[in-house]
Unconditional design. Sequence first.
Length: 451
Amino acid sequence: MKYFLAIIGGGPAGYTAAEKASKAGKDVILFEQNAVGGTCLNVGCIPTKSLLYGAKQYYNATHAQKYGVTAENVSFDFAAMQKRKTIVVRKLVAGIKQRLNNEHCTLVTGFAKVISRTDELVTIECNGETYEAENLMICTGSTNFVPPIPGIKDNPAVWDSTDALNATELPKSIIIVGGGVIGMEFATLYHELGVPVTVIEALPSILPNLDPEVVAVLADKYKKAGINLLTETRVESIDGGTVNVKSQITNDQLQISAERILVSVGRRANLNGLEALNDIELNRGAIVIDDFCKTNLPNVYACGDVTGKIMLAHVASRQAEVAVGRMLKVIPLQRIAYNAIPSVVYTNPEIASVGITEAQAESMSIPVEVRRLPMTFSGRFMAENEGETGLCKMIIDAKNHSVLGVHMIGNPCSEFVSAASFAVRMGYTTTEFEQVVFPHPTVSEILHEIL
């Protein structure tokens, strides 16, 4: 049987594309080496958020006195948290399989490898069988990047994010190498469960890709809470549970020890099984795509982390929708608004961002007006975030007054950053955005107050 579309990788991009194309009546075959749902669902977004929510419940209980609530002898069961995490993942995986359960979609579990390609046909091998399709969509995702640090390889004290998520017991102490999104979310988890945490970041700030003012609010809180944040510090080597570091400010060399060392310094596009596509265009190890997720090969598309654009699950899903729309010749074809992609860091408090930062505007020579407002201007925020100030920052084009970016810290900004994303996506001016009515009392009103 020849399929209309073969998809390698069953993560957010892969299963979204399979569902969309099969519901349109096209025969689709989806290959997934491990579990449907990919990294995000199985060893990424969902399991980390499940554990973080459990940690937040414990943290809130132990800090409830500021709301007039007394909780005594509060404890947590990490094994129970892990069990709940597994149940949540299994239910969601089952839900995805159910969505793909139709006469036009075939799911194959195994490592898929491209054997050959012409402009009319792609041949794929999996589990000793060969399959043919008119079109190929590459959704192979990304893998943890392992830096070439002496002593990191085959070190039982060293974890990656998957190891940390699968651990049955909490470490007595932990060093996190990498102060990016993954590193800071794990720092939040361990700190709120009482584990001493040290974060080592080579750049001048944690979360270096986010707005510095917003990040500074989090860094100040975490330092006061006892998290050891070592920025501008480079890891020289690892010896068992000891990390040898060098300050890039003072040139001092230090030794820091912990029971576990979590390395989370980024991810790289996964190109395994694609060796036969030796004429596909790459840039810095990722597949180059056009506005509709098409590669330089006429019948080959790529979506998700493997493109190296923005490694977020919701970006992968949207890319898949656009790519399938292109294959099906859906009119009008819509491009992805990469300038309006929201992102969230699930620390405590949360950070949510969309659009460009003040620094990016400066580098692009865009004159902007910057507005800042503490989240305490929202009555709901004041009622539910005792002792917190938060920050909402809006970047506005100084010429046409359109909203170019919004950057926030304060719970629960992840739940309403979409409103800011919509404003950026549609090019709303401040006058137009001001006409949007936000319900009262909600923290989302901060987007109206800052206008």
